[in-house]
Design a binder for this molecule. Structure first.
Ligand code: TXA
Ligand code: MG
Length: 358
């Protein structure tokens, strides 16, 4: 059901999760200092308890009750990027409930750039909010996606279609060198420029396999050596962003990279996503015998706003395959890196990862 801002405030303050709009994706919000409400968000989503949440704030003062030993760099980053699609991982204040951080000694925080979210948080105080999708679905980028996932049972504050459409960049400031744990719209070059220091960007943000530990998403040798150290809460410290252990963003349709005209040889119902500027279709949508071609003509921001809607559409309309044109290497545009990261998570749905998603 769709609720008004004042109904959303009332629900949240009474400990009932509400889906709220942000500029990236919709989040399933609960008050940070209400552990029962936080646990409800895990249950509603079917999210594993070892995957920590992002805390959403509406002003910098709120940080004082959330993080400790806040590094000087936070002020600079906040000036440049908040409100916005940047999540900072900081040393946690002891008042923050363990449920929110899955027992980690760090906490992830961001100030979202959506007027309704900011207005809401200024009244309710800090809110935890994982993406408001049901386990197994791509993140929601519209109120309708949330209604679809939870069959209308979760109240939604409708703030329109998310203007970015991909989740925030997650930057770990809890140790040096600062590391991007999840690529997003705000890229490594911009961060380095503001921070005037090194920011590492693991080459390979691919999903980490649980069963046979042959692949890690970090190249750093020391971290590989730390691989088997598990803390008392069962969190593997190696995996800085525990969400990367789970399958993500996976539509039912099979997702594949496919160049040029190879889709024409496919025999199943196919959705084709092209994005290179020189793609020579005159219209955005081109129909052929077995499916549709969606072309973005080099407009990657537009592609980002549409990716999850296209994944969901493929499932609604019974496509068996989604073919996506590869990005020419090397990729420097942060939007393309974030898109590639999300697409590769969807492609790796055939791997041996657990079914639970974030
Ligand atoms: O754009 C976004 O970030 C959206 C909107 C709603 O703000 N939120 C979102 O939340 O994507 P979620 O829960 O789906 O993803 C949060 C990611 C997960 O990969 C999680 O593991 C990571 O952030 N994370 C949270 N706390 C962390 C921490 N203390 N250390 C490392 N990673 C953390
Ligand atoms: Mg998520």
């Amino acid at each position: 059901m769709i609720v008004t801002l004042s109904q959303a405030v009332e629900q949240i303050l009474s400990g009932e999760p509400v889906a709220i709009p942000t500029e990236t994706v919709y989040g399933l919000a609960a008050p940070l200092f209400h552990p029962d409400a936080i646990q409800k968000t895990f249950r509603i989503k079917g999210r594993p308890a070892d995957n920590p949440l992002i805390v959403h704030i509406s002003d910098l003062q709120m940080l004082e009750h959330i993080a400790d030993n806040i590094p000087d760099e936070v002020a600079q980053l906040a000036r440049n990027f908040w409100p916005g699609a940047l999540t900072l991982v900081l040393p946690k204040n002891s008042k923050v409930p363990d449920h929110a951080t899955a027992g980690l000694d760090t906490v992830a925080v961001r100030m979202p750039a959506h007027p309704l979210a900011l207005q809401l948080i200024s009244v309710t105080g800090p809110l935890t909010a994982p993406s408001a999708n049901r386990s197994g679905k791509p993140s929601p980028t519209s109120a309708q996606h949330v209604l679809d996932d939870f069959k209308g049972l979760v109240p939604v504050l409708d703030g329109g279609i998310c203007s970015i459409g991909l989740e925030s960049t997650v930057l770990d400031l809890s140790q040096k060198p600062f590391t991007i744990l999840r690529p997003g719209m705000i890229g490594v070059a911009e961060l380095r420029q503001v921070l005037k220091c090194d920011v590492t960007m693991p080459h390979n943000h691919k999903v980490v396999r649980l069963a046979n530990e042959t692949e890690t998403d970090f190249e750093n040798k020391d971290e590989k050596d730390e691989k088997h150290k598990i803390d008392k809460h069962g969190i593997d410290k190696l995996r800085k962003s525990p969400g990367t252990r789970y399958k993500h963003y996976a539509p039912l349709a099979r997702v594949l990279w496919a160049s040029s005209e190879s889709y024409r040889t496919h025999h199943s119902r196919v959705m084709v996503i092209r994005h290179l500027a020189q793609t020579n279709f005159g219209t955005e949508i081109h129909t052929y015998d077995q499916g549709h071609v969606y072309s973005f003509h080099g407009d990657y921001e537009q592609f980002a706003t549409q990716l999850y809607e296209l994944f969901r559409r493929a499932d609604r309309e019974g496509y068996q395959t989604i073919l996506i044109e590869p990005f020419p290497e090397p990729i420097t545009n942060p939007v393309c890196l974030a898109l590639k990261n999300r697409i590769e998570h969807a492609i790796s749905q055939d791997s041996n990862l657990p079914e639970t998603l974030s």
